[in-house]
Design a protein around this ligand. Structure first.
Ligand SMILES: *Cc1c(COP(=O)(O)O)cnc(C)c1O
Length: 379
C-alpha cells in the first residue's frame, strides 16, 4: 500500500500566482497589499479590531508577552499539555509558566483548577484550544476579570472554530494564530496576533515595526519616524502573505473538507469505543470545531506505542503521538512551576494517537480505517 503520511500540505492552486502578483506589485517586504488583505480577512472573520501578521505563531505569542509587559518573576497560568512556544514566549521574559492540569473530555486547560493556581504574581492565563475545540472561555474570562488578569488565547489550532457562537481568538484580550504547514490554513511558517482590547493596538503596531512609530509616519501624523519603544521585526514578507491569501480565500472549503474526513473517522470508530478499546474526541455542544485533528485515546501507553509501531511497520501509515508534557521536561522543571496534580496531562498524553488528516486523504481513507480497526482490535 502507498505510504500514508501524517500530514500533507494542501495548496489551493492560487498560491504561486499571488506570489507572482506580489512580485509585480514591487512590494516584497512586510505590510504590503497582501498582508493587508490577510489582516482584513482575520479582522472580519474573528470580529477583532486589529490583526497583525507575524512570522509564526511563536512570534505572535512573543509579541503578546511584550505587549502585556511581562516582567521577571511574573506568573502565567497555562496547560502543560501544549507546544513549547506557549511557555517559551513567557520564559523569554523571565516569567514563570505555572502548569495546570487539563480536562479529560477536551484535553483543554481545566478552568476549575485555575483559581487555586493564582498568586499575587499571576499576570495572565493562556488557554490553548486543543485540536480546534474551544476552552471554556466564559468562566475563564470571569476568573480573569475577578482577579484582574490578562487572557491570551493560544489559538494556534483554532482558525474557523468557535465557542458559544463566538470565534476562537475573539475571547481573550489578545490571541495568537499559527499558519505553520501542519495547521489548517498555511503559509509554511506564519502566524497572526489578534488584538481584541483596543488599548493594545497602538503599541502592538510599534512593537511589530521594530519599536518605531513608522505607522504614524506613513499616515502623515509625524514628520519623521523614530525609535519610540522596544520591538522587533515580527512581520512576514508580502510574498508569504500572498501565499496565505490564497489559503484564506478557500478557508471555508478547506475546513469543510477536513470536517468530512473527521466525521468519517468518527463514525468508523464508534464501535471501537463501544467495545471499550478507544476513546474518541469529545466536542462539547457549545463548541464548533474545525477538524484540526483527529485523535484516539488508547487503553494505555504500551498499547498506544505498539499500535503506532504496527501501523507504521505493517501498513506504512504514519500516525503520531503529540505533546510531551512541559512540566516535567528539562526546561519545564527549570523555568516552570506545577502547583497541583497533572495526572490527566500525563495519562492522556501517554495514550493519545493522532491519525492522518489532510485534504486529499479521502481517496485512501476507507483503507486506512480498515487497517486501524484491524490493528486496534489486535493490539
Ligand atoms: C503550532 C503551535 C504553536 C506555534 O506556532 P508556530 O507557527 O509553529 O510558531 C503554538 N502553540 C500551539 C498550541 C501550536 O500548536
Amino acid at each position: 500500500m502507498t505510504a500514508i503520511p501524517f500530514n500533507k500540505p494542501y495548496l489551493t492552486g492560487q498560491e504561486l500566482g499571488y506570489i507572482k502578483q506580489a512580485d509585480s506589485n514591487g512590494h516584497l517586504s512586510g505590510n504590503g497589499p497582501f498582508s493587508q488583505k490577510c489582516q482584513q480577512w482575520l479582522e472580519n472573520n474573528i470580529g477583532a479590531p486589529k490583526a497583525l501578521l507575524t512570522q509564526s505563531g511563536t512570534s505572535a505569542l512573543e509579541m503578546a508577552a511584550l505587549l502585556l509587559d511581562i516582567q521577571p518573576g511574573d506568573e502565567i497560568i497555562m496547560p502543560s499539555y501544549t507546544f513549547v512556544s506557549t511557555a517559551n514566549a513567557f520564559a523569554l521574559r523571565g516569567a514563570v509558566p505555572v502548569f495546570v492540569d487539563i480536562r479529560k473530555d477536551t484535553l483543554n486547560l481545566d478552568e476549575t483548577l485555575i483559581e487555586a493556581a493564582i498568586t499575587s504574581k499571576t499576570k495572565a492565563i493562556v488557554p490553548v484550544h486543543y485540536a480546534g475545540v474551544g476552552c471554556e472561555m466564559e468562566p475563564i474570562m470571569k476568573i480573569a476579570e475577578k482577579h484582574r488578569l490578562w487572557v491570551l488565547e493560544d489559538a494556534a489550532h483554532g482558525i474557523m472554530a468557535s465557542y458559544k457562537d463566538k470565534p476562537l481568538g475573539k475571547w481573550g484580550h489578545l490571541s495568537a494564530f499559527s499558519f505553520h504547514e501542519t495547521k489548517n490554513i498555511i503559509s509554511g511558517e506564519g502566524g497572526a496576533l489578534i488584538v481584541n482590547d483596543p488599548q493594545f493596538i497602538d503599541r502592538a503596531e510599534i512593537l511589530w515595526e521594530k519599536g518605531t512609530n513608522r505607522k504614524k509616519f506613513l499616515n502623515g501624523l509625524v514628520d519623521k519616524y523614530s525609535w519610540v519603544d522596544i520591538g522587533s521585526s515580527f512581520l512576514p514578507s508580502d510574498l508569504i502573505a500572498a501565499f496565505l491569501w490564497a489559503q484564506m480565500e478557500k478557508a471555508q472549503e478547506i475546513t469543510q473538507y477536513r470536517l468530512n474526513i473527521w466525521n468519517t473517522y468518527h463514525q468508523a470508530f464508534e464501535n471501537l469505543e463501544k467495545e471499550g478499546r478507544v476513546r474518541r474526541p469529545i466536542v462539547p455542544s457549545n463548541c464548533e470545531h474545525n477538524a484540526h485533528m483527529y485523535y484516539l485515546l488508547m487503553e494505555n501507553h504500551e498499547k498506544r506505542n505498539q499500535f503506532l509501531e504496527n501501523l507504521k511497520q505493517k501498513h506504512n501509515i504514519q500516525a503520531v503521538f503529540h505533546y510531551i508534557p512541559l512540566h516535567n521536561s528539562p526546561a519545564g522543571l527549570k523555568y516552570g512551576r506545577s502547583p497541583g496534580s497533572l495526572n490527566n496531562t500525563v495519562e492522556l498524553s501517554n495514550r493519545l494517537v493522532r491519525l492522518p488528516l489532510w485534504v486529499g486523504l479521502e481517496k485512501n481513507q476507507s483503507s486506512v480505517i480498515k487497517k486501524i480497526l484491524l490493528e486496534v482490535r489486535r493490539t
